[in-house]
Design a protein around this ligand. Structure first.
Ligand code: PEP
Ligand code: MN
Length: 338
């Protein structure tokens, strides 16, 4: 971490600044330029609040971190990329392009069984289905809740596909005991108590990027989970809120690339919530594959026009199948499509 001091600061104040940091256990390097003096702190600066220093110490002009605050998820701590085993023969990480698909919400046994059988046939390796739904309106369908999770488990039994579903708060942890991947949704990305709670689990956690969160904030949230004891975190770019109104969100493809550069964790993307429009899902899926993501999560439905949630962005089962056939060709060049 480097602090640049204001021009013309008296030497005794610089000396005191340096001494104060050294008394807190940091080493310092002082660099005196023609106008500015820079003080470089060496040590564990994770707990140093730069803004506090800049705004409360009148000799500090600005400060900058040189190393990131996230440590455990940082690529610098691991050369090889993390591959997360989800179930027998199903992994997410480098060398695979894992497709997760299913409805936004589990709506009935018939619905989830039909979707599960079809997406499996098309090549999806993990079944998604929301049971607890974070809806903007309290009057909208809130999901089938615990019953929805049971139906997902029935679909797993029928198809053998591992299942993923979104948890909304810590009180639901026990209900997710037999769910293969626990999803933290965009709205909960910075629910730190929930992050710590899933950090105590052993199973994979899919952490979605918040609607208005930076890449570093997503990595800090992943750090919460890993620092709490669970290293099995999959990151998911799902579009961010921008000034654009024609799409539901804006898919940030740079984030997929940067996340993979900055972290050893697997990175997938969700074109459905990014776009909000069915016709964009296939082209965005190919773009996600092309930039090097480790997988994709696509909403699919047996009857999108009657879906209780997110029908406009859901592919019908034929469309999903057609996309999978295309992705297999695209992915075949360098990745194993699983
Ligand atoms: C979802 O995947 O069903 C969902 C609600 O996504 P997000 O949290 O990205 O909005
Ligand atoms: Mn949805």
């Amino acid at each position: 971490m480097v602090f640049i001091l204001n021009p013309g600061v008296k030497q005794e104040r610089v000396d005191k600044f340096v001494k104060d940091w050294e008394s807190k256990g940091f080493s310092t390097i002082l660099s005196v330029g023609t106008e500015h003096t820079a003080v470089c702190l060496i040590g564990n600066t994770a707990q140093v609040d730069i803004d506090h220093e800049v705004h409360t110490n009148d000799i500090v002009s600005y400060g900058k971190r040189i190393t990131e605050q996230y440590k455990a998820v940082n690529r610098t701590v691991r050369n090889d990329s993390t591959v997360i085993r989800v179930a027998d023969g199903v992994s997410v990480g480098e060398g695979f392009f894992t497709v997760i698909s299913g409805p936004c919400s589990v709506e009935s046994e018939e619905q989830i069984l039909q979707i599960a059988a079809n997406v499996k046939k098309s090549g999806a390796r993990i079944l998604r289905g929301g049971a607890f739904k974070p809806r903007t309106s309290p009057y909208a369908f809130q999901g089938m809740q615990a019953e929805g999770l049971e139906l997902l488990k029935s679909a797993r039994k029928e198809t053998g596909l591992p299942i993923i579903s979104e948890i909304m708060n810590q009180t639901q942890i026990e209900l997710f005991e037999d769910v293969d991947i626990v999803q933290i949704g965009a709205r909960n990305m910075q629910n730190f108590d929930l992050l710590k709670a899933v950090g105590s689990l052993k199973k994979p956690i899919l952490l979605k990027r918040g609607l208005a969160n930076t890449i570093d904030e997503l990595l800090m949230s992943a750090e919460y989970i890993v620092a709490s004891g669970n290293p099995n975190v999959i990151l998911c770019e799902r579009g961010i809120r921008t000034f654009e109104t024609l799409t539901r969100n804006t898919l940030d493809l740079s984030a997929v690339v940067l996340l993979k550069q900055k972290s050893h964790l697997p990175v997938i993307a969700d074109p459905s919530h990014s776009a909000g429009i069915r016709s964009l899902v296939a082209p965005l899926s190919k773009a996600i594959l092309a930039v090097g993501a480790d997988g994709i999560m696509i909403e699919s439905h047996n009857n999108p026009s009657e879906a209780l949630c997110d029908g406009a962005q859901s592919l019908d089962l034929e469309q999903f199948d057609a996309l999978m056939q295309e992705l297999k060709v695209w992915a075949g060049i360098e990745k194993k499509l699983i």
